[in-house]
Design a protein around this ligand. Sequence first.
Ligand code: HEM
Ligand code: HEM
Length: 191
Amino acid sequence: MNPSTPSRYTTTAIALHWLLAVALVGSFSVGLYMADLPLSPQRVKLYNWHKWAGITILALSAVRLLWRLSHPPPPLPAPIRSAMPGWQRAAHRGLHGLLYLLFFAVPLLGWAYSSALGVPIVWLGLLPLPDFVPVDKAFADAVLKPLHGLGAFSLAAVAGVHAAAALKHHFIDRDGLLDRMSPFPRRNRFP
Ligand code: HEM
Ligand code: HEM
């Protein structure tokens, strides 16, 4: 590789990756937990937190996408690239694309669900957000709620496969791929 070619993601991309990974795992877990609670002040509080976190994730995902478009990721190092069969290289690209799609689809479906229920969102209790779907409770419950859940479970599944693949590169192949996204790279393997 040309010595001037960057081998790691930018610091901003790495910070956004880990911040959003934690936020997404947290929102998914809170979503699962709150939906089964009996009606109570705690349930209302968790619903609000879940919505605020989801809107924050949506905004950060927009920043992340813009950053990604203006700062293309470093090319895969030749030894890793040549060790990957064609289907793995396609899966590597495809899973990242699918994750980006779900980063927008899941919170937007949650927002649409809230709008259709007629429950406006006031982000962090400060900023009222517009409702972009007309109030229709039957449509909200029959279509938007299951779609938001399905989107969230698909995101969890794709992220799980992604994380497993990254850990396999790190612990089994030991090829240094994780160093590209690690805040604490073990060493600069691809200077
Ligand atoms: C990426 C961010 C988000 C993730 C990962 C996520 C995940 C989840 C999950 C896993 C559930 C439980 C679904 C089930 O049990 O079938 C849920 C429920 C819910 N989410 Fe989200 N969500 C996100 C963003 C949002 C946003 C932005 C809103 C609204 C502004 C929202 C509103 C809701 C509501 C109202 C429920 C409860 C549905 C019910 O009563 O069963 N979510 N979410
Ligand atoms: C144990 C957990 C995780 C590990 C070890 C991990 C590791 C990595 C690594 C090494 C890369 C760079 C791959 C390359 O060099 O091309 C990457 C990229 C990425 N990861 Fe993760 N990841 C984890 C969890 C997550 C989670 C939970 C999400 C989101 C739900 C996520 C979303 C992404 C996305 C979207 C990219 C592509 C970044 C881009 O090209 O802009 N990751 N991850």
